[in-house]
Design a binder for this molecule. Structure first.
Ligand code: SIN
Length: 311
C-alpha cells in the first residue's frame, strides 16, 4: 500500500500535502475547506497582534508562470486563528495544525508567542520570518543578527513545538551562516521557501499589482528550482531533529516528489491551490502516489533526501 503519511516532531499526518500560509487560510470558512479536503493539515494565515487590512488592491495576480503578490499581511489578528485551532483540537477526528504568527516588531512577536504559550493550543507554531511585502519592514530572516536574537529570546520562554518560515537564500555562504544559527535552537522545522521577494511583472506597459509600484513576491513555476535548492541545502546542514517543510512551485505530483527527494517531510502548495482550489490536494496526492507506486516506494521514508548526484 502506497502511503503519503508523514510526521513533523511528535505529530502525525495522513498526507504530506497541505496549503502554504497566505493561501486559503484567511477565514474559518477557508480553513474548514482545507480541513475537509484531502490535505493532511492546514496552516493559518500569518496572524499579527492586531487585525490588519493589508495593502491596497489589486495585490495578487496570476501570471503565465505562477503568481505575484504584495498582500501586506492582511489577517484577522492572531487570536482569531488561535481560537479556531484550539476549537478544532477538541474534535476527536481533527487533523494536527500549524498556527502561523509574527509581530510587526520583536516586542509584538514576543507578546503573541507568550499568549500562545499560555493558551491551551497543543499543535505546531510557524513563526513567519519572511514576509517581503510590508512597506518599510525588512524580511527578518535576511538579518542574521536579528534572527539569532529573536530566536534566543523566544526559546528562553517558549516550549511548544515551533518552526520558522524562511525566505529563499541564494548564496552558499548564507546557507552555511543561516544553518549555523538555526542549529543553536530546538526548532521543530524550517519551512523553505516563502515567495521570492520583490519581483516585477509587467503587462503591456504597466505593472500588474498596485502596492510598492508593482514589486511583489513571486510564486509558482518561477520559484521551484530555488525552493528545491533551499530545501536540500538545509536538509544537508541542519541537525536531523529539525525537519524541513518544502514549499514553492508545487503544481504536480512530480513537483511534490522532488521536494521530498530533496529532504522535505511535508510539502505545501500555494499558487496552485489559489488557482485550482482545495481539489488540488486530491489530484496531486494521486499523482504523487502513482509515481511512488511506479518506482516501488511504499512510504516517503523510502526516498526522502535520497537525491543522487553526478560523480
Ligand atoms: C503577505 O501577506 O504579504 C504575504 C505573506 C508572507 O509573505 O509572509
Amino acid at each position: 500500500m502506497v502511503s503519503t503519511h508523514t510526521t513533523i516532531g511528535p505529530f502525525t499526518f495522513d498526507n504530506c500535502l497541505m496549503n502554504a500560509a497566505g493561501v486559503y487560510c484567511m477565514t474559518r470558512e477557508e480553513l474548514k475547506a482545507i480541513e475537509d479536503s484531502a490535505a493532511g493539515s492546514f496552516v493559518t494565515k500569518t496572524g499579527t497582534l492586531k487585525e490588519r487590512a493589508g495593502n491596497p488592491e489589486p495585490r495578487y495576480a496570476d501570471t503565465a508562470l505562477g503568481s505575484i503578490n504584495s498582500m501586506g499581511l492582511p489577517n484577522k489578528g492572531f487570536q482569531y486563528y488561535l481560537d479556531y485551532v484550539i476549537e478544532l483540537q477538541q474534535e476527536p477526528d481533527s487533523k494536527n495544525h500549524f498556527l502561523s504568527l509574527v509581530g510587526m516588531s520583536p516586542e509584538e512577536t514576543h507578546t503573541i508567542l507568550k499568549a500562545v504559550q499560555a493558551s491551551d493550543y497543543q499543535g505546531l507554531i510557524e513563526l513567519n520570518l519572511s514576509c517581503p511585502n510590508v512597506p518599510g519592514k525588512p524580511q527578518i530572516a535576511y538579518d542574521f543578527e536579528t534572527t539569532d536574537q529573536i530566536l534566543s529570546e523566544v526559546f528562553s520562554y517558549f516550549t511548544k513545538p515551533l518552526g520558522i518560515k524562511l525566505p529563499p537564500y541564494f548564496d552558499i555562504v548564507h546557507f552555511d551562516q543561516a544553518a549555523a544559527i538555526f542549529n543553536k535552537y530546538p526548532l521543530t522545522f524550517v519551512n523553505c521557501i516563502n515567495s521570492i521577494g520583490n519581483g516585477l511583472v509587467i503587462e503591456d506597459e504597466a505593472v500588474v499589482i498596485k502596492p510598492k509600484n508593482g514589486f511583489g513576491g513571486l510564486g509558482g513555476d518561477y520559484v521551484k528550482p530555488t525552493a528545491l535548492a533551499n530545501v536540500h541545502a538545509f536538509y544537508k546542514r541542519l541537525n536531523p531533529s529539525i525537519q524541513i517543510i518544502g514549499t514553492g512551485g508545487v503544481k504536480t505530483g512530480r513537483d511534490a516528489f522532488e521536494h521530498i527527494l530533496c529532504g522535505a517531510s511535508m510539502v505545501q502548495i500555494g499558487t496552485a491551490l489559489h488557482q485550482e482550489g482545495p481539489e488540488v490536494f486530491e489530484r496531486i496526492t494521486k499523482e504523487l502516489k502513482d509515481i511512488m507506486a511506479a518506482k516501488g516506494y511504499d512510504s516517503l521514508e523510502d526516498f526522502r533526501g535520497k537525491l543522487t548526484y553526478i560523480d
